[in-house]
Design a protein around this ligand. Structure first.
Ligand code: HEM
Length: 245
């Protein structure tokens, strides 16, 4: 197709896109359930793309570009969290009417979500165990696991510039590296906020004790994930001002 033949619909592949919301139950609320999940997966795709560019900037020791990427990543995380609120309007009795049609499908099978976690830095045994529960580790997650975690890349960027992490928090003038450390922390906070909003949503719809379609303890399992950290060193450094680091 020539550029001058491109239209809004063809450029965005809307015919295909709008065919993809295939409800199974006929329940009027199922469309919202599908759209919030699909929209989240689209944003996850963009987040993974931005994480790639962030890794390039960190690896090239370019703190200004990395900061630019972090600004966008944090904007995207805010959007992904905010759209969960749409499902707060799904009452439990409505969800119960179509939940049976979901089979064993569960958000815990989201490959892109696991790739975001792995890229960001989750590598501990619990994470690996959850990952392997659904069969072989998918390529996109393998690729994420083969790269250094974001925190290592950031600390390496500091080392290359002969900057001590502690010094970021003692200088009279905040530096680009200081803002970058703070932006990474904000990313982690946004992520935890998504987890918190999601666990509240789950509790609101399923109650605190109902198990998930993915076979976990539901809200109980999810609330345990809120304490996971991508950047433990960046959190720990703050304690030095209180004599406990
Ligand atoms: C009616 C709304 C929702 C309910 C009732 C719900 C329920 C659950 C439950 C019970 C789990 C635990 C795993 C399991 O046993 O199934 C889970 C995990 C998960 N859900 Fe949802 N969810 C909802 C909406 C969403 C949305 C909109 C997304 C966006 C993609 C999402 C993404 C995820 C992810 C990524 C996990 C894995 C989290 C982790 O292991 O840390 N969920 N969900």
């Amino acid at each position: 197709m020539r550029d001058d033949e491109v239209t809004y619909g063809s450029y965005l592949a809307l015919d295909e896109l709008l065919q993809l919301q295939r409800t199974r139950s006929g329940h009027p609320d199922e469309l919202l359930f599908i759209i919030v999940h699909q929209a989240s997966e689209l944003w996850f795709r963009e987040i993974l793309h931005e994480l790639d560019l962030l890794i390039d900037a960190l690896t090239a020791h370019e703190p200004t570009f990395a900061l630019f990427r972090m600004g966008r990543l944090n904007a995207l995380m805010r959007i992904v969290s905010a759209q969960l609120s749409a499902l707060d309007t799904l009452p439990p009795q409505h969800f119960a009417e179509f939940r049976g049609h979901l089979g064993t499908s569960s958000g815990s099978q989201s490959v892109q979500f696991r790739a975001i976690e792995a890229t960001s830095g989750l590598r501990e045994p619990h994470f690996m165990q959850v990952l392997q529960e659904h069969g072989p580790v998918p390529d996109v997650v393998q690729r994420a696991l083969s790269r250094p975690p974001l925190q290592d890349l950031f600390l390496e960027l500091l080392r290359a510039q002969h900057i001590e992490l502690e010094a970021l928090y003692t200088g009279a003038q905040p530096t680009t590296e200081f803002f970058l450390a703070e932006a990474l922390l904000e990313y982690e906070q946004q992520f935890a906020e998504w987890r918190f909003k999601h666990v509240q949503l789950v509790e609101r719809i399923l109650g605190p004790l109902t198990g998930g379609t993915g076979g976990t303890l539901g809200a109980k399992y999810l609330s345990r994930t809120i304490d996971q950290r991508f950047f433990p060193t960046l959190w720990a450094v703050r304690a030095k001002f209180y004599g406990s680091a």
